[in-house]
Design a protein around this ligand. Structure first.
Ligand SMILES: Nc1nc2c(c(=O)[nH]1)N[C@H]1C(S)=C(S)[C@@H](COP(=O)(O)O)O[C@H]1N2
Ligand SMILES: [Mo]
Length: 319
């Protein structure tokens, strides 16, 4: 994974709130002119079509952190989404025309229910919740993000995995027309990720469809992406089109690219350094440039909910 020092961040990545509001109004105006912003009456019962449109009925969650969330600007302009480029503001700049509808999700493998589902049909059985989670990127920066999403455990149970299902694998859309980054082999496309079935049925992971109560921006993984708050950010695969129940451990993109540096588990662990940098501390995006880095917490601070999953595992070998 590429990493840029703060000195390499271009001034264009740091935008004043005033500029940002104007830019957002501009984007909204464009959406209306293009006819893609639906009137409230025409919205789907679950998730509205237009990026940025308000989500209905998002319940609060006891799993949310009380830490102050990052600004919408930070969350939506400082991204990793290599399908849209390698720079932190490339996803924001290059994903604006991406079409998160129509969208289908294919569920396959060792489960009683499988098939290809239209996005709205896929969402219908599940309740939307707000989950304000810390996110710790393996590059040693972090944010706090107020997601809206559905419980991955609920989704997994809904499709009734059989006893052969030991892992759940996910794939991002592969579309070189819409995703210019896929014309280069920066990763072996499509982006792939996976969890053990025990991880996937833990109450913390969600499939996120919103941020700050509005439909998730394209650059954050529209229309639906994984969030696993105790793992490094790269496990949080974006723009998911495939969910597969598997008996064997799936191949995962960063592990395939650099197995020595990025493991399958990728649990946040301040004691296990990346081969090229320490993981003991992290830079909170949006903090004052004078602020010192903060200590990284074991399992990103979610140990009480997940440490039991790894009690028989050597976390240095299974990093
Ligand atoms: N498909 C896909 N998913 C992805 C990535 C990517 O490049 N492609 N980057 C990952 C990494 S490294 C991180 S840190 C998070 C960033 O999520 P955010 O941009 O919403 O903060 O997305 C993850 N999911
Ligand atoms: Mo990351």
């Amino acid at each position: 994974m590429l990493i840029r020092k703060p000195a390499d961040i271009r001034p264009s990545e740091i935008t004043s709130e005033t500029n940002y509001v104007n830019r957002r109004d501009f984007i909204r105006a464009g959406a209306i002119a293009g006819g893609s912003l639906l009137a409230p009456a025409a919205m789907s019962a679950v998730v509205p079509v237009a990026t940025g449109a308000t989500l209905p009925d998002v319940a609060k969650s006891a799993f949310s952190t009380s830490e102050t969330p990052n600004s919408f600007e930070d969350i939506s302009t400082y991204n990793n989404f290599y399908e849209f480029g390698l720079g932190k503001d490339d996803p924001y700049r290059n994903a604006q025309d991406f079409k998160p509808r129509p969208w289908t999700i294919e569920v396959e493998g060792h489960a009683e229910k499988t098939g290809v589902f239209e996005f709205d049909d896929f969402m219908k059985p599940f309740d939307l919740e707000e989950r304000i989670y810390r996110m710790r990127c393996v590059e040693a920066w972090s944010m706090v993000i107020p997601w809206a999403g559905i419980s991955l455990a609920d989704v997994v149970k809904h499709f009734q995995p059989t006893s052969k299902a030991q892992y759940v694998a996910f794939e991002t859309l592969e579309d070189r027309e819409q995703m210019p980054g896929q014309r280069r082999r920066s990763l072996d496309w499509p982006y792939r990720e996976g969890l053990t079935i025990a991880e996937a049925t833990n109450p913390l992971p969600i499939l996120a469809v919103g941020i700050y109560g509005n439909a998730i921006p394209n650059q954050n993984g529209a229309p639906i992406r994984l969030v696993v708050p105790w793992k490094y950010g790269f496990k949080g695969i974006k723009s998911i089109v495939k969910i597969r129940f598997m008996s064997t451990r799936p191949e995962t993109s960063w592990n395939m690219a650099q197995a020595r540096e990025y493991g399958f588990y990728a649990n946040v662990n301040p004691e296990v350094a990346h081969p090229r940098w320490s993981q003991a501390r992290e830079r909170r995006i949006g903090a004052s440039v004078f602020a010192s880095k903060q200590n990284t917490l074991m399992f990103n601070g979610y140990g009480e909910h997940v440490a039991h999953l790894y009690k028989n595992l050597d976390l240095r070998r299974n990093f």
